[in-house]
Design a protein. Structure first.
Length: 295
C-alpha cells in the first residue's frame, strides 16, 4: 500500500512536474480528499521526515454496505533513511491482543470494528510497543477499481482455486479487478493460511506499481486518481508524501519481511493466532531498533 502512495508520487513527478499545472492540481486535490488526520492521543511524536525513521500502518479494510468492516490485511512498515533499510511486518488478522479501551482480549482485526482507525492504531502501538506515525487505509472492496484503472495486472498463481464462483487457474495470467480481489482474499484453500494470502496481497501491490508506472497507465491518470481517491484514506499530507518519495526511496527498496509467528489455538470457542510474549518482545525490540528507539 505504501507502494501505491509512491506510485501517486511518481505520477505527480512524472506528469505534474513536467506538464501542466492543472494536472498537478488534480493530483493535489485527490490527495487532499484522501487525507484524514488522527485525533487520539498517541505515542507517536512529530517526526522530521527526511532525517528521522518513520513507521506506517498499512491497512486493507473489508468494508461492505451495512457493515462496519474489519481489517483484512495489516502491515507495519518501518523505514530508516540513515541505514537505508525497511522492515515489513504482516500481522495475522486473528492475532490475539489486549484492547485497552475495551479491557478485553480480541482478534486484532476487530479493533477496527470497535473503534475504527483510531482504535486500530492504538491497539497496534500497544501490541508492538512502538509509535505509529502514519497510516494508509485501503478499502479492499474498491481494490478492483484500482486494478481496472491500470488495465489489469499479471500474477503467477501457485495452485488453482475457486472463490465465490470465480476460478483462478495455476500459472501466470493477466487478471482484472474482480479476479484480483478474489486472489487477494482467499485463504481457506491455501495450506499457508493467512501467510499465503499476505504473500498474494504483496504480489498484487507490487504488480499495481509495475503496471501503474507504464506509459499506458499514465495516460489514464485521471481514472487512476479517481479510484485511489475513493478507496484510500491516510494522515499523510501531500508535502509529506513528496518528502518520503525523495528521502526514503532507497530504504523502501531494501525491505526485510517479517512474519508474526505464533500458534493457532481455540479459546472460548474462538480460534486465535496466539503470539508468545517472548516472541512479541523480540519483534518489538527489532522494530524499536529500526526506529532508533531505546529497547
Amino acid at each position: 500500500m505504501l507502494n501505491i502512495i509512491l506510485f501517486i508520487l511518481a505520477l505527480l513527478l512524472t506528469i505534474g512536474g513536467l506538464s501542466y499545472y492543472s494536472i498537478y492540481s488534480t493530483v493535489a486535490k485527490s490527495v487532499n480528499h484522501m487525507y484524514e488526520p488522527l485525533h487520539r492521543d498517541s505515542k507517536s511524536q512529530d517526526t522530521d521526515i527526511g532525517h528521522d525513521p518513520i513507521s506506517i500502518l498499512l491497512l486493507g479494510v473489508d468494508e461492505r454496505p451495512g457493515d462496519k468492516g474489519r481489517t483484512d490485511s495489516m502491515i507495519v512498515l518501518t523505514i530508516n533513511p540513515e541505514t537505508k533499510k525497511s522492515t515489513m511486518v504482516s500481522i495475522p488478522r486473528d492475532t490475539r491482543v489486549f484492547m485497552r479501551s475495551k479491557n478485553t482480549n480480541i482478534k486484532i482485526n476487530a479493533a477496527y470494528t470497535y473503534e475504527g482507525i483510531e482504535g486500530t492504531v492504538q491497539t497496534v502501538e500497544q501490541f508492538l510497543n512502538i509509535p505509529i506515525n502514519y497510516y494508509i487505509k485501503l478499502n479492499m472492496e474498491g481494490f478492483k477499481d484500482i486494478v481496472d484503472a491500470i488495465g489489469g495486472i499479471t500474477v503467477n498463481n501457485d495452485f488453482p482455486f475457486t472463490l465465490e464462483g470465480v476460478h483462478i487457474p495455476k500459472g501466470e495470467q493477466h487478471i482484472d479487478g474482480k479476479v484480483a480481489l478474489k486472489y487477494a482474499r482467499m485463504r481457506k484453500e491455501d495450506p499457508r493460511g493467512d501467510f499465503g494470502r499476505q504473500q498474494r496481497q504483496r504480489e498484487i501491490i507490487n504488480q499495481i506499481v509495475h503496471e501503474g508506472a507504464q506509459l499506458k497507465s499514465l495516460k489514464n491518470y485521471q481514472g487512476i486518481l479517481t479510484s485511489l481517491e475513493k478507496n484510500i484514506q491516510t494522515n499523510l499530507t501531500l508535502d509529506k508524501m513528496i518528502d518520503i518519495q525523495s528521502s526514503y526511496k532507497e530504504a523502501v527498496n531494501n525491505i526485510k519481511q517479517i512474519e508474526v509467528k505464533g500458534d493457532d489455538k481455540k479459546i472460548d470457542n474462538l480460534w486465535y493466532h496466539v503470539v508468545k510474549n517472548e516472541t512479541r518482545k523480540d519483534l518489538s525490540k527489532t522494530l524499536r531498533h529500526q526506529l532508533n528507539l531505546e529497547s
